[in-house]
Design a protein around this ligand. Structure first.
Ligand code: TRP
Length: 324
């Protein structure tokens, strides 16, 4: 039997290059080898109220990006997390084997407490337990994620060990799967690419918007004049060249070091390369967006398929825990 893969994407609106290079490319690639289950995690979005105003629209936007990027509902199970409420029952049960001290030391929790000291709700503390429930209810062994999710994955493994110790071997310890680009830096050249910092490029952006954003990107700060030689190894634009312009990137690095090209030319070639790679995705997205009824159908079918696995795991867990 094929191993299961699970990953979840928060419905924060349209996906960007960071999501794409950091995780989504792996979602697509893994479909060939594994039984893949992918959820738009709308319940997780409720832990921080900033993302909830347009929740249903955002689920749809994320789904359009995922399908356009190549997720295939005939090969993978694709659904919205809240459509399979069984996961919340497992969340309650796993909560009983998760020490509070483990949750209070999770780095993302500490960050969110710092950012929103007045909105530290019970759900936010439980975020990693809900995430573990997502992974474990679908018996996933491989979890494609960005680097920022590694502490959550480690916690899932700890929950598995504790559960298995108490109730007998039930779950395998899931392994994270990183892309070769696990942390994409934003256009500011400083922080992780993210929508909230507005240092991102949306996958669905137009070619013009993409070019404009690339032109605004921070490059090697030591290179002030066109004639200065550059340091590609510290330049975020060059890092993106490595992905989108892979064939030419060694050549670009030499030209930059020798000041044969300026940052403007370099950025132009990057924008072109991004637009070339994303053109088919963008065309597919436009087609998909023209038929919203298909999106509804995909979500419904996905939830039906996901429920079959979720119910079977839940029955097993309840037996193990002595509830039935
Ligand atoms: N926490 C993940 C993020 O913010 C989203 C997520 C929820 C997830 N459940 C998951 C990722 C399960 C992997 C597996 O990106």
């Amino acid at each position: 039997m094929k191993k299961h893969v699970f990953s979840g994407v928060r419905p924060t609106g349209r996906l960007h290059l960071g999501n794409y290079l950091g995780a989504v490319k792996n979602y697509v690639a893994l479909q060939d080898e594994y039984e893949c289950v992918y959820a738009v995690v709308d319940l997780h979005a409720l832990t921080t109220l900033e993302e909830t105003g347009k929740l249903k629209d955002n689920v749809c936007e994320v789904l359009l990006d995922l399908l356009a990027a190549g997720l295939d509902p005939t090969r993978s199970i694709i659904f919205a997390q809240s459509h399979v409420p069984e996961v919340t029952e497992l969340f309650t049960l796993l909560g009983m084997v998760t020490p509070l001290s483990w949750l209070l030391r999770v780095p993302t929790f500490k960050e969110k407490v710092k950012m929103h000291p007045h909105n530290v709700n019970y759900g936010l503390v439980g975020y990693p337990v809900l995430m573990a429930s997502d992974i474990l209810i679908y018996k996933a062994e491989v979890v494609p994620v960005g680097e920022d999710q590694l502490p959550h994955l480690e916690l899932t493994r700890e929950i598995v060990r504790r559960f298995n110790e108490h109730f007998g071997p039930t779950f395998a310890e899931p392994q994270a799967k990183l892309t070769n680009y696990p942390m994409v830096v934003g256009l500011d050249g400083r922080d992780k690419m993210s929508k909230s910092l507005n240092n991102h490029i949306e996958l669905a952006a137009t070619a013009e918007e993409t070019a404009k954003k690339v032109m605004s990107a921070v490059t090697d700060p030591a290179r002030k004049l066109r004639g200065d030689s550059g340091h590609p190894e510290v330049c975020n634009v060059y890092k993106l060249q490595g992905h989108f312009n892979n064939q030419r990137s060694a050549f670009i690095a030499d030209e930059c070091r020798e000041a044969k090209i300026g940052c403007v030319e370099c950025k132009r070639s990057l924008a072109e390369a991004i637009n070339t790679e994303l053109a088919p995705l963008r065309a597919r997205r436009t087609e998909l967006a023209a038929h919203p009824e298909n999106i509804e159908r995909i979500l419904q079918h996905g939830a039906e398929q996901a429920k079959i696995i979720a119910r079977s795991t839940l029955t097993e867990v309840k037996q193990r825990m002595g509830l039935v």
